[in-house]
Design a binder for this molecule. Structure first.
Ligand SMILES: [Zn+2]
Length: 276
């Protein structure tokens, strides 16, 4: 059987793949899942944070436990089913403190957040879970010797956040930016948000910044690694959006560069059209 993993990536078992992408940042991939999810475990000196728990086909908690004995917080980038799998297995769960998520809180439990979950796409059911920390945009998570800023990054989904490790110059962009098809065709996708957030992220990113996304693609040899992008990719996305806006056209697919393209639903154009 050909090796599914690129150099520097190793199997944890027959499902999860591991790569330490930067000191103390472990990418945990699920290359056999059709969405090819990559989740990120960030280690500080005192605590660890798992950014996205994957689709929950297998138990990611045992992978995390094998990588660190530190007290753990799980935080989904957004509530889509492939980022919140098995989240009820985590004792400490942090969620972005956004009014559109707070609206689904009942007695400390997060109920199914309307069409922000989309589990019905793949027959997955929401299980309400306890939110132990509501973290507002701009909040800085301190893991001890490592700080992660919560940045609200709507565009793909209105509840989406990214994590910015300024010191390591690493952006965990989850579903805002990754390789392959960027989904702006799902409920809540909004190109005006995508454009505005891109612009704002570019003010933080430098020429050496590394961006890691939540979905990967096999390379030409069919091998997988954590999807890594750079400032140039965010710039390409922004210029693509600006050209598209100016054109007034509303295609359902637009090429960004050789690494990414956008799939766009009609609703994602509405904010632009309303602004005219
Ligand atoms: Zn998503």
């Amino acid at each position: 059987m050909p090796n599914m993993l690129a150099d520097g990536v190793r199997w944890f078992d027959d499902w999860f793949a591991l790569r330490e992408v930067a000191r103390g940042i472990h990418a945990i991939g699920e290359p056999r899942f059709h969405q090819i999810n990559w989740n990120y475990l960030v280690l500080g000196n005192e605590r660890a944070l798992l950014f996205d728990t994957g689709p929950g086909v297998r138990d990611i908690l045992q992978v995390v436990k094998a990588l660190t004995p530190l007290p753990l917080t799980a935080m989904p980038s957004h509530m889509h089913f492939d980022h919140t799998g098995n989240i009820t297995r985590f004792f400490d769960v942090a969620v972005a403190d956004l009014p559109l998520l707070r609206a689904f809180e009942q007695d400390g439990m997060l109920q199914e957040p309307g069409n922000l979950f989309l589990g019905h796409y793949e027959g997955m059911k929401w299980t309400p879970f306890r939110v132990s920390q509501w973290l507002p945009p701009g909040h800085v998570i301190d893991l001890g010797g490592r700080r992660l800023e919560v940045i609200h990054t709507p565009g793909h989904s209105p509840d989406h956040v990214a994590l910015w490790d300024k010191e390591a110059d690493v952006l965990l962009a989850a579903d805002f930016l990754y390789l392959g098809a960027l989904y702006a065709q799902v409920p809540g996708s909004n190109l005006a948000d995508y454009e505005r957030v891109c612009e704002s992220l570019l003010t933080r990113l430098g020429p050496k910044s590394r961006i890691f996304g939540a979905h990967g693609m096999p390379d030409a040899k069919g091998q997988h690694t954590a999807p890594e992008l750079a400032k140039a990719d965010a710039e390409a996305l922004l210029s693509t959006l600006k050209i598209l806006k100016k054109s007034g056209e509303t295609p359902s697919r637009v090429e960004v560069n050789e690494r990414m393209y956008l799939l766009i639903g009609p609703h994602a154009y509405e904010a632009w059209q309303a602004a005219k």
